[in-house]
Design a protein around this ligand. Sequence first.
Ligand code: MTE
Ligand code: MO
Length: 172
Amino acid sequence: MIRSLICAVALLLTVGSVAHADDDPPPLPAPTETPLLTVRGDLAVTNVGDEAVFDTPMLRDLGTVTYETETVWTSGLQTFTGVPLHAIAERVGTDAVSLKAIAINDYVIEIPDEDWGEGRAILAFERNGKPMSVREMGPLWIVYPYDLSPEMQTESIFARSVWQLAAIDFGS
Ligand SMILES: Nc1nc2c(c(=O)[nH]1)N[C@H]1C(S)=C(S)[C@@H](COP(=O)(O)O)O[C@H]1N2
Ligand SMILES: [Mo]
């Protein structure tokens, strides 16, 4: 009796670890507010069909970074708050080393993982402390710390600075 109980428990543990591998991120709850971001591609976790959809609180939970910088599209010093791209990659559990950033006007650009880390691109959801409407180039805007160095003011960095971003695709 005890032996079969132990076997049943061992079986449950095995099944559990197959369904959820140790290196997979935890399940992603469905958004409770208006969804801002749709993530597609090779994902370990999804919450709406085969996609991972995020609202603002879910993005904020990933850990925010703030950049104070001027941009060529705005006037005066701006404060952008968002999440680094690696935080999104980690949350959805992808092995991709490049992503496609897709805007609502269907503009698409590839951003390699060298730009996902510290001091590089953030997916901003606030500008000067407020959410961004589509008219204000929101709801999401990929922003770099342009003022830091001339390296941050190249044509390729500008091309990756997608405003009115709607989706990220980690597929190949
Ligand atoms: N949503 C969106 N973001 C975009 C683009 C676009 O067409 N749509 N063009 C990109 C490119 S290729 C560059 S060089 C810069 C262009 O900025 P500009 O139109 O102010 O020159 O924005 C980038 N971000
Ligand atoms: Mo461009």
